[in-house]
Write a protein that binds this ligand. Structure first.
Ligand code: MG
Length: 366
């Protein structure tokens, strides 16, 4: 690994909450990544919605494949910029661990149920999963990840919550940045979902090539593909266009970020933290990404088929929350034993951990 001075170094990590012996085989960020991959919450991502409910079709993304795609994009960018690939990978694989079943519809529904009890936020929940909810080790709850991975997981945080998070919350109070690796994953997440949601929209036939061509950047890539290839199937045109679009966006990010890094000359991770954001897109690509997001909101997430699924998700989550509130003894005993929180928080933790199918089946019995 060709690390630059501003990359995070496992040897200079701010450490774990519970002190552990150093591994002779793996660096601390590799250990984090391995702990995440072996966790229960990670496996459950396979059956959680990204945009389409997980059993609607086998070819759509779910939270697991989304996380793998974010990890792939993150690693590539980290390598290009001389950052620590293992840390970027660990953050990417864990960034969505706190997601509820049914994607954003599930999170909104659970947040509404929790309105009077401190709310529910999937990003904060991802940290909660790795800090307390996983029970894999005898000496502590959670996965006991390094500060750097936890810092990367927590992308945003209210002042109120930041005050309760100790050193991890400082940057939100002081308006500092996280490590370069965390900044990379944050934008790799956007890059991944912008592209794969369009792709899933196309596969589901909600979107088609003429509608996608309304997006200027997509159209530019589409025309490039059509100039180079004749007589190829629509599916190939779509895949080549998406591939080209991703290439353009990632290249732009690497180029622009490299310029920012060269200008700021950070020598340590702490200098990265005290700087302006150093990972970013050009103005042109930023506005293209905004157009893609707007397009996806209106044409895909706002499509009647997806909205109908969101409404069903809300019914399921509401039903489960009300049921466990009336019947707290029905929460699994070992699950309750892990937490000294309020009943509502325990219910939220339990529901957030469910897969789409489990939640639907359980709601039928409530
Ligand atoms: Mg994500």
């Amino acid at each position: 690994m060709n690390l630059k001075p501003y990359a995070a170094h496992p040897e200079f990590s701010k450490g774990r909450q519970h002190i552990e012996a150093v591994s002779p085989l793996r660096n601390e960020f590799q250990r984090d990544r391995d702990r995440i991959i072996h966790s229960t919450s990670f496996r459950r991502l396979q059956y959680k919605t990204q945009v389409f409910v997980s059993h609607e079709g086998d070819m759509f993304r779910n939270r697991l494949t989304h996380s793998l795609e974010v990890a792939q994009v993150s690693r590539g960018i980290a390598r290009t910029l001389g950052c620590h690939e293992d840390l970027a990978e660990a953050i990417a694989l864990s960034h969505d661990l706190g997601h509820t079943p049914f994607g954003h519809a599930g999170q909104d529904a659970l947040n509404l149920c929790m309105k009077r009890y401190g709310g529910f936020e999937h990003n904060l929940q991802s940290l909660r999963v790795v800090d307390t909810l996983e029970a894999r080790y005898a000496n502590f709850l959670g996965l006991n990840l390094t500060f750097e991975t936890r810092e990367g997981i927590l992308k945003h945080c209210s002042r109120k919550n930041a005050l309760q998070l100790g050193e991890l919350g400082h940057r939100f109070l002081e308006k500092n940045q996280p490590s370069m690796e965390a900044q990379i994953v944050n934008l790799a997440d956007e890059i991944a979902y912008c592209h794969h949601d369009l792709d899933d929209g196309f596969r589901s036939k909600i979107l088609n090539l003429p509608s996608l061509r309304e997006l200027p950047l997509f159209n530019q890539c589409y025309e490039y593909v059509m100039r180079k290839h004749q007589n190829i199937k629509d599916e190939q045109v779509m895949n080549e266009s998406i591939r080209r679009m991703m290439h353009l966006i990632i290249s732009d990010l690497c180029e622009v970020s490299q310029e920012k890094i060269t200008a700021a000359k950070p020598n340590t991770v702490d200098e990265v933290r005290q700087n302006m954001p150093l990972i970013g897109f050009s103005k042109e690509i930023s506005s293209e990404i905004q157009l893609i997001k707007k397009f996806s909101r209106e044409r895909l997430y706002g499509h009647s088929k997806i909205v109908e699924m969101s409404n069903q998700a809300q019914v399921v989550i509401d039903k489960l929350f009300a049921f466990f509130k009336r019947n707290p003894s029905k929460l699994p005993a070992d699950f309750c034993a892990q937490s000294s929180d309020t009943l509502e928080r325990k219910i939220a933790d339990y529901i957030a951990g469910m897969t789409d199918r489990f939640a639907i089946e359980l709601a039928k019995k409530c």
